[in-house]
Design a protein around this ligand. Structure first.
Ligand SMILES: [Zn+2]
Length: 473
């Protein structure tokens, strides 16, 4: 049996107003080549100047990943020729990166694992090619945009672990506010390297590098494909070739981009136009002291303050805004578990189907809590309340107005419920017999029938009590 050994390289676009080495805007979606200047177009004689904010974002991220920020760091030129690279080199960091040796905690199926971070370094992005049927165009707006490259140790042993690593890393970047992590806009990108080795051994097999994955799911799928492909090669007694492979999402497979023989020689050398940087311990400490609460700390606090489960806080803390929303709700209403259940359940479902974030949903915590109180006080059934929530989001009306307009008020009146129960019993004689013969799960079926007959309006608790009375009578 083989075991996969996986390392990830993540490129995060740093959330600054201007580019890494010039004053051009980084705003997404502007007209092609409108955000360029002699520096980011690589005109002779132009000189780069580091954007202070870029260094700050890099240090903050490195500290949040428990890395050792280096007191002395420098930039290097990484040379290669490609039409989207105006200078024919990229300003990057080679032998003296910004930070080294940190770690990131992940959790897969309840098991925690610490994944080593090898290095964190700063670099600039290239431009973008746009391929038309009869020509190719280039847009240099992205050239010079600041990137942070975060390289993990090969400590990941399954596609699920790789996925969990990306989710955790994304949460940290979002909490820090250093990256908007929008994969569709390319502000978070991931390459992977993967090899297989015999389970129980510690050596490393020949690895392939995977590129062109556009979502966390693609990373997971590409790794799973590669594990199968390499496994088949090894099982047939052949050797895996060291190469870079491109993932094709629609074909769901990888194919060769370049082989080891075609590997690039980047001819790195120190960037002569930028002086090396000495980072004072004082500056690093000041940034460390100012770090916001990070996901792990928030999870621990949510568990101890509100008695939530690991599962609950895992979902809430994965999105800082969702956790903030939860805490706003808790200030308004004391039933913390009910609030967590509703945010994780019905509210998250609405977010997913509408493809919205909690910030863009436009539902105030006040309005949401009024709906929850209506459920808890028995004014509307939990079932109907889900429809009320959808209606609130569609129309912007309050929970109270929708419940009274649609006549969704929950039926808790014993007399009215008895009629419905009697009808349900007469329609389902077989279940009645089964219940009386000792099949207790027939009761839940009958409760379901009462709910159906009342169009979701019956108070399920009262309905169940009346059912039990009638069945034992
Ligand atoms: Zn520029």
């Amino acid at each position: 049996m083989y075991e996969p050994v996986i390392g990830l390289e993540v490129h995060a676009q740093l959330k600054t107003r201007t580019k890494a080495f010039c004053g051009c805007s980084v705003e997404f979606g502007a007209g092609a080549n409108t955000q360029t200047c002699p520096v980011c177009l690589g005109f002779p004689g132009s000189l780069p100047v580091l954007n202070e904010k870029v260094m700050e974002c890099g240090i903050k991220t490195a500290l949040a990943l428990a890395c050792e920020v280096q007191a002395f760091t420098k930039f290097d030129r990484k040379h290669y020729f490609y039409p989207d690279l105006p200078k024919s080199y990229q300003i990057s960091q080679y032998d003296l990166p910004l930070a080294l040796s940190g770690f990131l905690e992940i959790e897969v199926n309840g098991a925690r694992k610490s994944i080593g971070i090898k290095r964190v370094h700063l670099e600039e992005d290239a431009g973008k090619l746009i391929h038309e049927p009869d020509c190719s165009l280039v847009d240099y707006n992205r050239a010079g945009v600041p990137l942070l490259e975060i390289v993990s140790e090969p400590h990941l042993n399954s596609p699920d672990e790789a996925y969990a690593y990306l989710v955790s890393l994304k949460a940290i970047l979002k909490y820090l506010g250093v990256c908007d992590c929008d994969m569709e806009k390319g502000s978070l990108r991931c390459d992977a390297n993967i090899s297989l080795r015999k389970k129980g051994t510690s050596g490393l097999g020949t690895k392939t590098e995977l590129k062109n994955m556009n979502s966390f799911k693609s990373v997971k799928d590409a790794l799973a494909y590669e594990i199968k492909r390499q496994g088949e090669i090894l099982a047939s007694g052949k050797a895996v070739a060291q190469e870079t492979r491109l993932w094709d999402d629609s074909a769901a497979k990888t194919s060769v981009m370049r082989t080891k023989e075609e590997a690039m020689d980047y001819r790195y050398f120190p960037e002569p136009d930028l002086p090396p940087f000495s980072l004072s311990a004082q500056m690093i400490k000041a940034l460390k002291d100012a770090l916001p609460e990070l996901p792990e700390a928030l999870k621990a606090r949510l568990i101890s303050a509100y008695g939530l489960s690991d599962y609950d806080v895992g979902i809430l803390a994965a999105d800082k805004a969702l956790a903030d929303y939860f805490e706003s709700c808790v200030k308004l209403y004391h039933k913390t578990k009910a609030i967590a259940n509703w945010i994780i359940g019905p509210l998250s479902r609405e977010l997913n189907t509408r493809n919205l974030t909690i910030e863009s949903l436009g539902l105030s915590a006040q309005e949401f809590i009024l709906l929850l109180k209506a459920v808890e006080e028995g004014k509307v059934s939990a079932l109907s309340a889900k429809d009320v929530l959808a209606e609130m989001l569609n129309t912007g009306k309050s929970a109270h107005d929708i419940i009274s307009e649609k006549d969704l008020g929950q039926v808790s009146d014993a007399g009215e419920l008895e009629k419905i129960v009697t009808e349900a019993l007469s329609q389902n004689e077989k279940s009645v017999e089964a219940y009386r013969a000792g099949k207790s799960n027939a009761l839940m079926f009958l409760v379901g029938q009462v709910m159906r007959l009342s169009k979701g309006k019956a108070n399920p608790k009262t309905a169940q009590e009346i059912l039990k009375q009638k069945l034992s009578g």
